[in-house]
Design a protein around this ligand. Structure first.
Ligand code: 6AU
Length: 898
């Protein structure tokens, strides 16, 4: 490259290899008088002999020197060029390094700002309610760089669950990964959008089913019809949509539907399946009021997005909300981010709508733009919808808060989760016996709970103190100090601390902080029982000239606090009282009626009725075997459970969903084990038992006339009476053998089979998952044998726990367990228990029987499997009723009554 810097004159004497070329004419030697010789080189050469040789040597020397000088010049020149370029490179390198450093500094700064803004938001922006975003396209490339920030902001906005939309195989898979990473917050849908319908291939269905088996997968979709853009041919769209519809109907999974300008076809395809259609939402609805009404009349939900701001047509979504024809009770909210930006500040929106948007929603909305909408804009969408409907945002379905007290539900949920409420036998400071202990100090270990409580307190204070100016927040030592400190930050009010005893040195003051006489302060306390200790605090404050009229506490135990303080002219405002706590614990299945009564009596509480609060089913996650029940395990026979309908929603195995539903509908949790050898006799009793049972269990390999005709008769009876057919084959082998055995022996006629966990997860899953997923087989779930009823059996704890783990990790195919006692907290799994008799305790062959009450109430099983205690009696029909009633009564006693 540097050759280009060599002057042209030099090149004249260079060959391509850089060698000097001798000129044949007009070239004399230096000092030889060549000029005078008249330009004829011939005379010198002609001299011949020694002189000629000398001349030649001189000439050679001359050319040698010339060549050398030229090469040296050239080399020097190139060296200079190198030096020049090296210098330049060094400069460039330095500039490059400087730029790189600056970029990394800027990036750090950028992250810092993002974090700071998130932190600032945590302090400045309080959410008033929680929301679920049922559709955000987080797999969109625009989120690639800052997905974590986007998710963090969505939480900040008050979104408690977020569903990522899967629009094709690839994006659905990516969504599954994201949901796995943020389990419990992110969920996803698996489906193929009408735009991508043309890409559906034979393998797609299997992949969709696999994705749908994930516990985080909440719906089939986004699927549907789009005759507006027609990116896939319409007939292909219909075909692919129908495939997905059928999967959803078969699995009973919700549908997330896209429809544009294809209303009639959509209605037709859905109506054709109206019998089996699961719950479905027309996502991002942009159609007319009439179309919405039609969908609503079919039982569908309407998904609304930020699109609402621009639809000003006479019969569009704005009009539908205003007229109430699209009622908010049937809406679900979604951002459809990064699309459908809600321009809630648009001048053309009605003033009352613009003005209804809260500060919180506006703050979060700022992070979204036309270029890229974000889930954190959902509160703005929610409030815009509420304003058009003339309703409050917290009235919106899936806003998960009790209307009366924003943030409270969240606080209660976290308190339950973190073991603040302990049930058992306790003695209070006063010496009083108490079956409940509320340990608010547990909250200090959980910043999220502290924040929620302090936010709610701030809100309460602002509401009460709106008209009465105060200056200063007094924290009562010690437990209330952390709350008071945080609230003082939130409210920008000075903090005062009251000491337990005066210092013996220095100021000897009892009140720390800066204040002056006549100043009105508020007092913050954690728990108030009778209010006695607060009385002392108030007296101390008043002695120093401070004005105290209002005390705020987290929990009033309903034991006379407000009345006692009233005597001092002080109002007690509480975030929670005992009644609310008990109502909540009962609503989420943590407290039985007996426990409630016990608490009321022991604490002499002023109410006798358990208050009912409507806690949405999303709350069920709090219903685990946590502290609230754990401490009391030995004392109570009844364990509180969720209702069967609630559990149906949590179940993922298809047969479990069906079972929960039929148990509820038929009011039975009895499974009859018909262990006769004569096939006809089994059918006869199954027909009689049909109305009383949720399942009929057989051992196919013990039946005389076992053949296809027999199984089809049993299937007909199962269909007639709506019970499950349970083949108790107790499979246990390697995956391949298992698969062959099941296909040949049970898959076509039984709904459910028993399997030992002994072969391990891989064998079990590989054999059963494809069979269960195959729509042409009847088999739709398995029961893992975790414990046996017979004396001296070898199912030890290690085996039972291993089996439990397999079940919990494969809830899409495992219905539950054959067990003696409840072994898993997963509420979608069902505990079936054999070894039950109301009259005898053993058969003398190792079988051990116990009562229905023990099996259901104490050992917390769900279904009793009863065999000979019914079948071997002379009047099985009356025994059926007896066992059905006993089992159902025991189960119902533990389920919520409302
Ligand atoms: O009430 P029984 O004793 O007449 O019948 C109980 C039924 C029988 C057993 O094969 C079966 O339940 N069984 C099982 C199952 C269902 O797998 C496990 C067990 O531990 N004990 C038990 O009896 O058909």
């Amino acid at each position: 490259m540097y050759m280009s810097f060599v002057p042209a004159a030099r090149l004249a004497v260079l060959s391509t290899r850089g060698v000097v070329v001798r000129m044949q004419s007009g070239l004399g030697t230096p000092g030889s008088g060549a000029g005078k010789s008249g330009g004829s080189g011939g005379s010198i050469r002609d001299a011949g002999g020694a002189f000629g040789k000398l001349e030649a040597a001189r000439e050679e020397e001359y050319f040698y020197k010339l060549q050398k000088a030229q090469l040296k010049g050239l080399k020097d020149q190139i060296k200079r060029e190198i030096e020049h370029h090296e210098g330049q490179m060094k400069n460039h390198q330095e500039v490059l390094e400087r730029h790189k450093k600056r970029i990394s500094e800027l990036e750090k700064e950028e992250n810092g700002i993002a974090n700071l803004s998130i932190r600032r938001l945590q302090v400045a922006s309080r959410r008033m309610y929680e929301l679920v975003d049922i559709g955000a396209n987080l797999g969109h490339p625009s989120y690639k760089k800052d997905l974590d920030d986007v998710i963090e902001r969505s939480k900040q906005a008050g979104i408690s669950k977020l569903m990522i939309t899967g629009t094709c195989e690839k994006i659905s898979k990516e969504a599954a990964k994201m949901a796995e990473k943020h389990a419990g917050y992110l969920y996803f849908t698996a489906g193929v959008h009408p735009h991508d319908a043309k890409d559906w291939v034979i393998e797609t269905e299997g992949i969709m089913r696999e994705l749908l088996s994930s516990p985080q997968c909440v719906a089939v979709g986004e699927c549907g019809l789009d005759y507006n853009r027609n990116f896939s041919p319409q007939d292909v769209q219909r075909d692919v949509f129908e495939k997905q519809l059928d999967i959803a109907c078969e699995l009973g999974r919700p549908l997330f539907i896209h429809e544009r300008e294809a209303h009639e076809d959509m209605v037709r395809l859905l109506s054709e399946r109206s019998e089996k259609l699961p719950s479905a939402v027309i996502h991002c609805f942009t159609g007319t009021v009439e179309e919405a009404e039609k969908y609503l009349s079919m039982g569908l939900y309407i998904g609304l997005t930020g699109f609402l701001w621009k639809d000003k047509s006479d019969n569009g979504v704005q009009a539908g909300l205003k007229s109430g024809k699209i009622p908010i009770e049937r809406l679900v909210l979604e951002t459809d981010a990064p699309f459908m930006y809600p321009k809630v500040n648009d001048k053309k929106l009605p003033v009352e709508v613009r003005e209804s948007i809260s500060e919180h929603a506006k703050t979060m909305h700022k992070f979204a733009s036309f270029n890229r909408n974000e889930p954190c804009a959902l509160p703005a969408i929610c409030e815009m919808i509420a304003a058009f409907s003339g309703r409050k945002p917290e009235d919106m379905p899936l806003t998960l808060v009790e209307p009366a007290a924003a943030g409270l539900r969240n606080a209660l949920r976290l308190m339950t989760e973190y073991g603040v409420f302990k049930l058992g036998e306790f003695t209070l400071k006063s010496g009083q016996r108490s079956p409940i202990y509320i340990d608010l100090r547990e909250s200090f270990g959980h910043p999220d709970l502290m924040r929620v409580m302090c936010e709610s307190m701030q809100e309460l204070i602002e509401k009460v103190e709106k008209t009465k100016p105060y200056k200063g927040i007094v924290g009562v030592p010690y437990a209330a100090l952390p709350y008071a400190s945080i609230i003082s930050q939130y409210t920008s009010q000075p903090l005062l601390i009251i000491r337990k005893e005066a210092k013996s040195y220095g100021t000897k003051k009892l009140i720390e902080g800066s204040y002056s006489e006549g100043q009105r302060v508020i007092v913050v306390e954690d728990v108030v029982t009778t209010g006695q200790s607060l009385k002392d605090v108030i007296t101390t404050l008043r002695k120093d000239g401070l004005v105290v009229e209002d005390v705020f506490c987290i929990l009033d135990r309903d034991q006379g606090g407000p009345k006692n303080l009233e005597e001092l002219g002080v109002n007690l405002h509480s975030l929670l009282n005992m009644e609310k706590v008990l109502a909540f614990l009962s609503a989420v299945g943590r407290l039985s009626l007996d426990q409630f009564n016990d608490i009321v009596n022991a604490l002499n509480l002023p109410y006798k009725e358990l208050k009912k609060i409507d806690v949405k089913w999303e709350m069920e996650e709090t219903h685990t075997n946590g502290n609230a029940n754990g401490d009391n395990k030995e004392n109570s026979k009844i364990r509180v459970r969720l209702s069967l309908q609630q559990r149906e929603k949590l179940a993922t195995c298809p047969v479990s969903k069906r079972l929960f539903s039929l148990m509820h509908t038929k009011a039975t949790n009895l499974c009859l084990a018909i262990d006769y050898e004569e096939g006809e006799r089994i059918l006869e009793l199954a027909d009689k038992a049909g109305p009383f049972v949720c399942a009929v269990k057989v051992h196919a390999d013990t039946i005389d006339e076992f053949n296809e005709s027999w199984t089809s008769k049993l299937v007909a009876l199962a269909n007639k009476h709506d019970f499950l057919i349970f083949e108790d084959r107790k499979f246990a082998d390697t995956g391949n053998t298992l698969s062959m055995q099941v296909k040949r022996n049970a898959a076509s006629w039984a709904d459910i089979v028993t399997v030992y966990g002994i072969a391990g997860e891989k064998s079990i899953r590989s054999a059963f998952q494809p069979i269960i997923a195959d729509p042409s087989t009847r088999l739709k779930g398995i029961l893992l044998i975790a414990q046996l009823s017979c004396e001296g059996n070898l199912c030890d704890t290690e085996y039972t726990n291993g089996t439990r783990r397999i079940a919990e990790a494969n809830q899409d195919i495992v219905c539950g367990f054959i067990t003696q006692e409840k072994i898993s907290d997963k509420l979608g799994l069902i505990h079936w228990t054999p070894g039950v008799s109301l009259d005898e305790t053993t058969d003398g062959k190792g079988q051990q029987w116990r009562s229905v009450e023990k099996a259901i109430m104490e050992q917390q099983n769900d279904i009793v499997i009863v065999g000979r205690a019914i079948c071997n009696k002379t009047t099985p029909a009356s025994e059926l009723r007896r066992y059905r009633d006993a089992a159902w009564e025991a189960l119902s006693a533990a389920m919520p009554k409302h």
